[in-house]
Design a protein. Sequence first.
Lengths: 300, 275
Amino acid sequence: MKKSIFEKKWVSVLFWIVLLIIAWEIGAFIVAATKRTPANILPHLTNIIAAAFSTKQVAGKLTASEVVFTSAGATLFRALVGFVLGAVVGYVLALLMKLSGIVEKLIFPYLMLIQLIPVIGLAPIILSITGDINISRVIISAILSFFPVATNVLEGMKAVPKDNYDLMYTYAAPKWMIFSKVLIPSSKPYLFTGLKTGAPMAITASILVDTLQGDGGLGCMLSQSLKHAMNIYVFWLIVFFCAIIGILSTYVIGWIELAVTPSLRVERRTSRPGRPKKNKKALIEKNGGMNNDSSQIQKV
Amino acid sequence: MTAVRSRKSKSAKNAANAALTIILPVALGVLIVALWQGGVLQKLFGTDDYVLPEPTRIFSIFQDNSSAVWANIKITTSVAMLGLLFGSLLGYAAAVLGALKPGIGAGALAVVGAFASVPLVALAPVMNNLTRDVSRVAETRSFVAKILVVMLIAAADMGLNAYRGLTELPPYAVDLMKTYAASSKTVFLKLRLPNSVPYIFTALKVSVPASIMTAIVSEYFAEFNGGVGRQIRENILLAQYSTAWVYIMAACGIGVGTYVILMIVRSIIARKFHM
C-alpha cells in the first residue's frame, strides 16, 4: 500500500521537499546553538517567511518584500527584454543558416566555439564597453539566450527526415513552403529546449550584472545586504526569490510550449493513467506522430 | 564515360565544399582579428583601445604576467574539475537510486532538476556562508564553497541524463534478460550500466562548459581573491582592462581546452563500448 502512494510523482517530490526542509531546520538549530550570528549562515525558515511579511522598513521607506520586488522589476524586465531579443535573433540566424550554406559554414564553428566559452565572464567588460547598466543587462541576457536557441533550432531543422523533403518535392512545393510547413514546425520542440536552457541563464546574467554596479536591482541589493548595509534577511529573501523565479521560468516556457503544441497535450493526456480516453483511435494516430517529436527532444 | 566525368566533377565539388568549410570560418576569424588589431572593431563598439586593447597588446601582457595567469588558471580549473567529479558522482548515484526505486527516485530527480534552474548568483553566496567554518584559511574555505556550487550544477545535468540511460533500455535487451531469468543485479551490471555510458557523455558535454562558467561566477562572490573569474572582475574595477582581457582569453582557453579533452576521452571510451 505504501508503495502505491509513492508511485504518484508529486507525492515523492513532496517527500523530498519535506526532507530538505527538515534537514535545513536541523541545520538551523545547530547553527543557532553554536554560532554568534546564525542569521548569516542558516536562519530558520520561519524567520525568513516572517521577514517577507514584516512591515518593518529596512531601506528608506520600503519593507523587505518591497525592496525585493522593486529591485526585481528593474532586473527581470531587462532580463526578459534581452531574452526575447536573443531568442528572436537566434531563431532568425538559424533560419538564415539553413537557407544559405555559406552563412552556415561561416558562422557555425563560432557558434559551437562560443558555447564552450564562459560568456558570463564577459559581463564586466560589456558593462565597461556600453557604460550603461541597463543596456548591459539586455545585451548579456540576449547573448546567453541567443546561443542555445540558435544551435537547438538549427539542429532541429537538420534532423528533419528525408521523407518529409521527398513528400514536399512530389508536391512541387516552393522553398518558403518547405520552411513554413516542414522546417519551422519540426524545429518547434528544439526551440523550446533552447528557450528552457536560456531562461535561467538570462536571469542569472542580469542579476550578475547588477552586482557590478551599485545602481539598484536584485544583485545590487544582494551584495549590499551581504555586507550588512541592509537587513540580512533581505539577502535570504532574494536568494529564495531568485530560486523560485529561476525554476518558474522553465515551467512557464513549458506551459507556453504546451499551449502552442496541441499534439503534446494529447500525449500528456494519454500517458496519464486513469483518465477516460475519448477517441482512442484518433489519439493513437496522433500519438504515433508525437513519438517522433519526443524522441527528438530526448536527443537534445 | 559521362558517368565517370560526373563522378569526378562531384568529387571535385565535394572537395571544394570541404575546403570552404574550413576556409570561410578561418577567413572570418582573420578578418575579425585584423579589424580588432586595426582599431575598427573598437570604433564599431564605440569604445577605445584602452577598454578593448589590440590582440598583440593582450598577448604581450600575458607574457609579462604568465606565472600569475597560470596560477589563477590552475585554481579555476581545479575547482571546476573537482566540482564536476563530485557532482557527476552524486548525480549518477541519484540516477541509480531513481532507476532502482522508481517511486521515490523520480521525486529526487525532479528536486535535483530544479536545482539546475536556480540562478548561480543565489547559490554562491549561500555556499560561502555555509562553509565559514570549514577552515581557518580563507583560500581553503572559498575553494570548498566554489566546489559545492559547481557540484550542484553538475549533479543536476548528470542525474537527469544518467537516469534516462539507466531506464530507457532497448526492449529486445530487456526481453533477453527475462529469458535468461537474470537477477536485477545482473540486469543492472550487464544492461543498465553499459546502456548509460553514452548518456554520461551527453551530460558531460553540457556540464563541462557549465561547470567552468559556474566556477568563474562563484569566484565573483568568493571570499578569497583568486581564480580567473575574480581576476577579470578585479582588474576591471582597477581599470586595468588589458590584464582583464588576458584573463578573459584564459577563461576561453579553459573552456575550449577541457572540451577538447572530453572529446578525446569520449572517442577512446566509445571505441571500447562500441557506441
